[in-house]
Design a binder for this molecule. Structure first.
Ligand code: 5AD
Length: 475
């Protein structure tokens, strides 16, 4: 009764939370399994950002409940944002759910499962469900465990590190301040220690995570010489030997000041890939959303970053069909979207979230119109991304080798711009930065071959060590 399958919905923060829960459970003797059909405990780590994400998890839990007929001890847990958002009300429609655990209580999951297990093993009647969605001071410090690789498995190359929880921005469309609570940062030393420990285990790439990373530590640390606490943190992680690449998500345009732009020019490990949520290109809609920046300011940040790193890649979040968004507003978004030339974008149709300011607004945009606007942006994204990919063919890119690909015959890695690459390699190259000559590409994947020295210094003996070739920039 100790096999756990965790299904994660939503963002990278949720992935990180699931990973930490898995690590804590493994530390307590539970087994984390890959096969949902072979588990005793199903944990759904949920997302509430849009209604569709909640419906997916609810559907899954309802379907899983039927399993209790043939597997009476089967445990279903709903964790994370939807648990926080809906609380005990989940049990009204899904009485078979055993655990409803909010976003500040992930670290309690092992204890609650131990209790359930003990009760069942003692033959006690199956009790009421456990609901815990309370706030907990210091809970931002509890997401710090990482799943150590199984003996013999390839080491983990890339890791997420949570630096902050919650958000105080009050964007009018967004449920996150309700599901994740107040903005709380982890101490800088604890984050740096975690990154150091990851580096010592072979991790080469760190992605710092938070709902609004640009506000990191604003209540706990001072600016020094105009450098914000977040940039100070980047500097400290940058100093760690073994860490070769640093990424972060998500920043807020409001906090994307000159010190952060300048960091791109002086911290070479900071990858030239920025996820910068725009949400809308219309000043009127940005105001209605309570997003405190203008389209002009947004474009200035993009231009400044392109000056700091001409080969910068950008991704963004956009909401189409926000209440009151007219054709003229959308045209402004379309135009700004086109001029930023995104490599990747997450385009969302506005979804009413009860309890948010926007949910009360009249003037909802019809679904068909949201769909049309969504498609217009997707077409632009597709074109831009294709052009960018085409420009990479024939160049040599620095690739971090992640491990075997799905087939197990080849290897996968990522460029600094976060494009996935497939190539032939040797397992000894996992975790290394290698130069890859890009030969062809599909919509989302690059294919190439390692640039090898291939020099023979003695008759018949050829070295095939990767040569340090400079990564050439895309056009
Ligand atoms: N409807 C649609 N998209 C939303 N997002 C947040 N709230 C909503 C909503 N109510 C999007 C925003 C945010 C991303 C994580 O999800 O673009 O940046």
């Amino acid at each position: 009764m100790n096999r756990v399958y965790i299904k994660t919905y939503g963002c990278q923060m949720n992935e990180r939370d699931s990973e930490a829960v898995a690590a804590m459970l493994r530390g307590r003797g539970y087994r984390i399994v890959d096969d949902e059909n072979a588990c005793d405990i199903l944990l759904l780590n949920t997302c509430s950002v849009r209604d569709a994400a909640e419906q997916k998890a609810l559907g899954k839990a309802g379907y899983a409940a039927a399993r209790k007929k043939r597997q009476p001890d089967f445990v279903i847990g709903i964790l994370g944002c939807m648990a926080q958002n809906r609380g005990a009300a989940i049990l009204d429609t899904l009485p078979d759910v055993d655990l409803v655990i909010g976003t500040q209580k992930f670290h309690q999951v092992p204890g609650y499962l131990d209790n359930l297990r003990a009760a069942r093993e003692a033959g006690l009647p199956i009790g009421a469900s456990i609901v815990d969605i309370a706030e907990e001071a210091g809970s931002q410090n509890t997401i710090r465990d990482h799943l150590d690789a199984e003996a013999g498995a390839a080491p983990q190359v890339s890791a997420f590190v949570s630096i902050q929880q919650g958000c105080n921005m009050d964007c009018h469309f967004c449920i996150v301040p309700k599901t994740r609570g107040d903005e709380r940062s982890r101490p800088m030393e604890a984050i740096v220690a975690e990154c150091r420990s990851l580096a010592s285990k072979g991790v080469r790439e760190i992605t710092l995570l938070g709902q609004i990373v640009t506000s990191y530590g604003r209540r706990d640390y001072r600016h020094t010489d105009g450098v914000s606490p977040f940039v100070q943190l980047l500097e400290k992680v940058h100093e760690i030997d073994g860490i070769e690449r640093i990424r972060f998500t998500s920043p807020h345009p409001r906090g994307f000041k000159d010190d952060l732009v300048a960091a791109y020019a002086r911290l070479p490990k900071l990858c030239e890939y920025v996820h910068l949520p725009m949400q809308s290109g219309s000043d009127r809609i940005l105001r209605a959303m309570n997003r405190p920046y203008s389209r002009e300011r947004y474009l200035k940040i993009v231009e400044a970053l392109r000056s700091a790193r001409p080969d910068m890649y950008f991704s963004t979040d956009i909401i189409v069909g926000y209440p009151g968004e007219t054709e003229a507003d959308f045209e402004q978004t379309r135009e700004l979207f086109e001029s930023c030339n995104y490599d990747m974008a997450y385009i969302f149709k506005y979804s009413v979230r009860s309890g948010t300011v926007a949910a009360e607004l009249a003037d909802q945009v019809p679904e068909a119109e949201k769909e049309r606007r969504n498609q217009v942006l997707l077409d632009i994204l597709h074109r831009n991304s294709e052009q960018r990919t085409a420009a990479l063919i024939g160049t040599t890119q620095e690739v971090l080798v992640d491990g075997p690909d799905k087939t197990g015959r080849r290897f996968t890695g990522r460029t600094r711009g976060n494009r996935v690459c497939i190539f032939d390699a040797d397992p000894r190259l996992i975790g290394q930065l290698v130069p890859l000559h890009i030969e062809r590409a599909s919509v989302s994947t690059l294919y190439g071959s390692l640039v090898l020295a291939g020099v023979s210094d003695r008759a018949g003996e050829t070295h095939s060590a990767p040569r340090a070739a400079p990564a050439s920039a895309a056009a």
